[in-house]
Ligand binder design. Structure first.
Ligand code: PBG
Length: 325
């Protein structure tokens, strides 16, 4: 035992000292707020599984985006809920689709706010899977990739500042990059959901977007929660194909993955604090079991500490308000 013993507590003794040696910062400028926009909706509809989150009409989405921006949040991530779903997910790549209309409206009203769009087919397919189905019920990779690239171009044409493919098909980042370049969107970045796990924590989102698979599950395309090396392979492959930002999803149960992907890719990394993570905190706080503000700020700081540059979270507006106080 060395004497005098190292006193690590010395730097913890006052708030200014703690601030001086703090390693990680959490700022509103690190946050992205997801928005659910529903075609044909008037006003707002609460989402039961996600207390405090609502499905929005396009005009309400414009308002919500504006209030997030006013709090210092630089970006929203749009999820469209179409009026009509079909086997091919045609609403996804319709230039007059709900995400496209919402992108145009939000960019028109708030040109300095970044509009990011989720690119996937599952919100638009009647079977709820993220691509086209083969006769045997398996998602057919290459034809799905074509439609996903078409969707990304359609979003860019509607003014999206960046596209975020969440389908987990192989080769989609490269296909999207080529399609964007060919259509004159060489400057539109791709935020790739590279390490997206087949997670139980998406449950409340699927309620919100009505995108629960009608049969089976997503384990044939999303990652096995038991794997870490594979996440690094996914990330590096997406970088090779042209991804500009790498995403890990969910966030809190996967902080080791956030760290590994950051260290091995040296790319900007986004982590998605998903619907189930959000719901757990909200329900526990409502039951008086957690201090919501302290729990949320701690969780979001921990995600940043793990290596995330960007945190996508339904808590974004509350966190931005608390950070400004
Ligand atoms: C669409 C998509 C999902 C989420 C984001 N994009 C659902 C899924 O893959 O089932 C989940 C987001 C959340 O849970 O907050 N593919």
């Amino acid at each position: 035992m060395p004497f005098p013993a190292t006193r690590l507590r010395r730097l913890r003794s006052t708030a200014p000292l703690r601030a001086l040696v703090r390693e990680t910062e959490l700022n509103p400028s690190d946050l992205v707020l997801p928005l659910f926009v529903e075609a044909g909706l008037e006003g707002r509809t609460p989402i039961e599984a996600m207390p405090g989150v609502e499905r929005l009409s396009i005009s309400q989405a414009v308002e919500e985006a504006g209030s997030a921006h006013a709090l210092g949040i630089p970006a929203v991530l749009l999820f469209g809920i179409p009026a009509h779903k079909d086997a091919e997910g045609t609403g996804a790549y319709d230039d007059e689709g709900v995400t496209q209309l919402a992108s145009r409206a939000i960019k028109g009203a708030h040109p300095d706010l970044l509009v990011l769009t989720d690119v996937c087919l599952c919100e638009y397919t009647d079977h709820g899977h993220c691509g086209l189905l083969r006769d045997d019920g398996c998602v057919d990779n290459d034809p799905s990739v074509e439609l996903i690239a078409r969707t990304a171009v359609s979003h860019a044409r509607a003014g999206a500042d960046a596209v975020a493919p969440s389908d987990m098909m192989d080769g989609r980042v490269g296909a999207i990059r080529r399609a964007l370049d060919e259509e004159g969107f060489a400057d539109t970045p791709i935020i790739a959901y590279s390490a997206k796990y087949a997670s139980a924590f998406y449950g409340p989102f699927r309620d919100a977007a009505g995108s629960t698979p009608a049969f089976g599950d997503r384990r044939g395309y999303q990652m096995d929660p038991a794997n870490a090396d594979e996440a690094v392979r996914e990330a590096l492959q997406d970088v090779e194909e042209g991804a500009d930002v790498i995403m890990v999803k969910p966030a809190l149960p996967y902080l080791d993955i956030v760290r590994a992907v950051k260290e091995q890719s040296r790319m900007p990394v986004a982590a998605y604090n998903v619907s189930g993570e959000y719901a757990m905190v909200k329900v526990a706080a409502a039951a008086g079991l957690l201090d919501e503000r302290a729990a949320v700020l701690e969780a979001l700081t921990a995600i940043r500490r793990a290596g995330a540059d960007i945190v996508i979270t339904y808590h974004a507006k509350d966190a931005a308000k608390w950070l400004q106080q």
